[in-house]
Design a protein around this ligand. Structure first.
Ligand SMILES: Nc1nc2c(ncn2[C@@H]2O[C@H](COP(=O)(O)OP(=O)(O)OP(=O)(O)O)[C@@H](O)[C@H]2O)c(=O)[nH]1
Ligand SMILES: [Mg+2]
Length: 703
């Protein structure tokens, strides 16, 4: 595989609601560009980008698939992202590698809930975007209606550059509104179109659409505007250049059409991506920071081969045989095969043996990769998603996507002792691939807990554990990840003193506790003066306190968002030990909690529901019954979108309710927003129940 230079590269994120045909269109583009010998199909389980065994079994994308098409001297890197609302945060995590976005909508359904979500991602990353109205061949496909829903959702910058020729069963091609030629496809063919004159019955419609396109492109450009008024149209070259500029400056969002399953439209889309979308060099630079985690000063890096090399790892796959595969974007410089790059985050060198580009799961070797390109490398020792690596003398840290907090927790039970032994190691491999997954152990019940973005997410994890690592688990009913916090201040002493025959145990500490803003976690401050507790025992106090906070106070949920200041204590030359101070720290925490007005917190979710408008009343009414708050609703054609918030505890069975309330005609997306106090009478019920389930929070065990 030859190396491409930056200006010949296009990095395109393919985004959209579930089932709009992102993976199928990727297959069509790859086949049309000659990258696959035949058209692969989602239904046949042989596509390039849905290669994972879970994706094949469930026929949905779970993580972002990476592939490339070589077309008209460009290398188009395709990022086929998942559209299921449970997995869509994966799409967001891949956006950093993309320089443009192709958003698919279903020709019958139009805009859906995830369409708007991924639009927001593209806005956040500020990249040019275009739409494809796919599924043009399906029953009820309706170009005009789908277009109207796009205009309603995203405004008048939405601009068709294609018109479909026929729709539903009779869909057979498109009119290119720039060249004013018809592209007619052989159904299920090689994707190459026959270029013909526009069918006579479409001439008037095409002329009107062309005029609108010319006008929008000329808008704001005086020279073009003048020429347009003079001649009533613009030369094709000017139109191409004008359209390109309008897309780059986000003055227009072009709309194309396709039938991905029958490979109609893909040639026009490939040429569009190659000619109209930006190369990674377009902005000329990327901003990062001088320290990891978005800290330190802002720092800029030129997106150029001449700059010091830096790469950003945006995805990790753990393969049973090949081991860890890190997918990265070259942010600057040239990466050579066998180079050693410094991992700035972990402070360790990594050797890039076997530099590769990936076609799904298949690797092809490359001698080097230029600024802007996307590649992969296997067997890095200590590199994870979100890390930046590069030239040892020129460190920079690129920003990582914020992955939403997990919104649901399941207790899992290993089926046998052998399963229990394997559980930790296999889950840790999955955690490397999947940033939205969390694994923990309940401090009191000792249950293993898996947290993620939804029930489907956890089910996929359980299935992967079974198929890949032969670990069998049962899932217990979902739990709400409650937390505890304090609302007031407290000042208390923890004293551990024991005299048992020979050497005793002695440690005393005094702490002050106060609440911190939501999301700050636990802060421990050492404010000991004059050595009332020797320095070497202070970490033990902190450990005792943090462990106790993790075990909970009211109902066994982790206590968070508080500061503990250790400001005084006592010790004994002979009897004091780390263990004694650990216990003292934990006792001080518990004493303080009693006085600090402990409270229960629950996760509140952002919720967006899309449904035909006749269900508006039912949806709003149902939400208010779930302690929900509706913040607004908008019309999208014959659909409405309802936005609001509700506690997760009330949404555990929302999918089922919504389906039966709307006969399955609604879709929704839910994402963690923040933690808030549980209303008092409800809190008491949760506390009572937790106490019954777990037994009362354990008194200090003597270790
Ligand atoms: N008839 C027809 N079927 C299509 C078309 N595009 C996709 N499909 C079918 O729709 C189903 C879903 O397609 P996918 O490509 O998996 O959809 P997706 O957008 O990748 O879905 P997720 O990745 O799960 O979000 C598959 O069975 C496809 O064969 C199309 O244009 N026409
Ligand atoms: Mg897909």
């Amino acid at each position: 595989m030859k190396a491409y230079s930056g200006e010949a590269i296009r990095n395109v994120a393919i985004l959209g609601h579930i089932h709009t045909g992102k993976t199928q269109l990727t297959s069509a583009l790859l086949h049309t560009a000659g990258m696959t010998p035949k058209l692969t199909k989602v239904a046949e389980g042989n596509t390039v980008t849905d290669w994972d065994e879970e994706e094949i079994a469930k026929k949905i994308s779970i993580s972002t698939g990476v592939a490339y098409a070589e077309w008209q001297n460009t290398k188009i890197n395709l990022l086929d992202t998942p559209g299921d609302s449970t997995f869509v945060s994966e799409a967001k995590a891949s956006m950093i590698a993309a320089d443009s976005a192709l958003i698919l909508v279903d020709a019958a359904a139009g805009v859906q809930v995830v369409t708007e979500k991924v639009w927001d991602y593209a806005t956040e990353y500020d990249i040019p975007r275009a739409f494809v109205i796919n599924w043009m061949d399906r029953e009820h496909a309706n170009f005009a209606r789908a277009l109207a829903s796009l205009e309603q959702a995203f405004g008048r910058k939405v601009l068709p550059i294609h018109l479909p020729i026929g729709q539903e069963k009779s869909f057979r091609g498109l009119v290119d509104l720039v060249t004013m030629k018809a592209h007619v496809y052989v159904p299920d063919g090689d994707g190459k179109a026959k270029i013909e004159e526009i069918p006579a019955e479409m001439a008037a419609e095409a002329d009107a659409a062309h005029a609108k396109l010319v006008e929008m492109i000329a808008e704001g450009d005086d020279a073009l505007m003048e020429e347009f008024f003079d001649k009533g149209t613009l030369p094709e070259d000017d139109l191409h250049e004008g359209l390109h500029q309008a897309i780059m400056t986000e003055k227009v969002f072009p709309v194309m059409v396709s039938s991905a399953l029958h490979n109609a439209g893909s040639e026009a889309i490939l040429s569009f991506l190659s000619k109209m979308m930006p190369s990674p060099l377009y902005h000329g630079k990327t901003t990062g920071t001088s320290e990891p985690g978005g800290k330190g000063n802002e720092s800029e890096r030129k997106t150029a081969d001449s700059a010091p090399v830096s790469v950003f790892v945006f995805k990790t796959v753990v393969d049973l045989f090949a081991g860890r595969i890190s997918f990265f974007k070259v942010m600057s410089g040239i990466v050579k095969n066998d180079a050693t790059l410094q991992n700035y985050v972990r402070n360790s060198p990594e050797r890039f043996q076997h530099l590769q580009v990936m076609q799904g799961k298949t690797a092809a070797s490359v001698p080097e990769l230029h600024a802007g390109d996307i590649g992969a490398v296997a067997k890095l020792r200590d590199t994870f998603t979100g890390d930046t690596l590069g030239d040892k003398t020129a460190s920079i840290f690129y920003r990582t996507a914020r992955i939403p907090e997990p919104s649901i927790t399941f207790a899992i039970e290993p089926k046998t002792r052998a399963d229990e032994d394997k559980i930790g190691q296999s889950i840790h491999r999955l955690l490397e691939e999947d940033l939205a997954l969390r694994f923990s152990r309940d401090a009191q019940t000792k249950e293993f807990l898996l947290s993620g973005s939804g029930q489907k997410h956890i089910e996929v994890v359980v299935s992967k554990l079974h198929n890949r690592y032969h670990v069998d688990l049962t899932l217990k009913p979902p739990k709400v990840p409650y937390r505890e916090t304090i609302r007031g201040k407290a000042d208390a002493e923890g004293k551990h003193k024991k005299q048992t025959g020979g050497r005793g145990q002695f440690g005393v500490c005094r702490i002050r506790m106060e609440p911190l803003p939501r999301g700050t976690g636990v802060e421990f401050v050492d404010d000991i003066f004059g050595g009332s507790i020797p320095k070497n025992f202070i970490p033990a106090v902190e450990k005792g306190l943090r462990d106790a906070a993790e075990r909970g106070f009211l109902a066994g949920f982790p206590v968070t968002d508080f500061r503990a200041v250790l400001y005084d204590g006592k010790y004994h030359d002979v009897d004091s030990s780390e263990m004694a101070f650990k216990i003292a720290g934990s006792l001080a925490f518990k004493e303080s909690m009693k006085a600090a007005r402990p409270s229960l917190l629950e996760p509140i979710m952002n919720l967006e529901v899309y449904a035909p408008e006749q269900f508006l009343g039912d949806i709003v009414g149902d939400l208010s019954g779930r302690r929900g708050r509706v913040s607004g609703n908008e019309t999208r054609g014959t659909n409405i979108i309802v936005k609001g918030q509700a506690p997760l505890a009330e949404l555990l069975s929302y999918a089922n309710t919504l389906t039966s309330m709307t006969q399955g005609r609604a879709s929704y997306a839910m994402e963690f927003s923040h933690y808030d106090y549980v209303p008092a009478e409800l809190a008491q019920k949760i506390i009572d129940l937790a106490k019954k389930e777990r037994g009362a929070p354990v008194e200090e065990e003597e270790e």
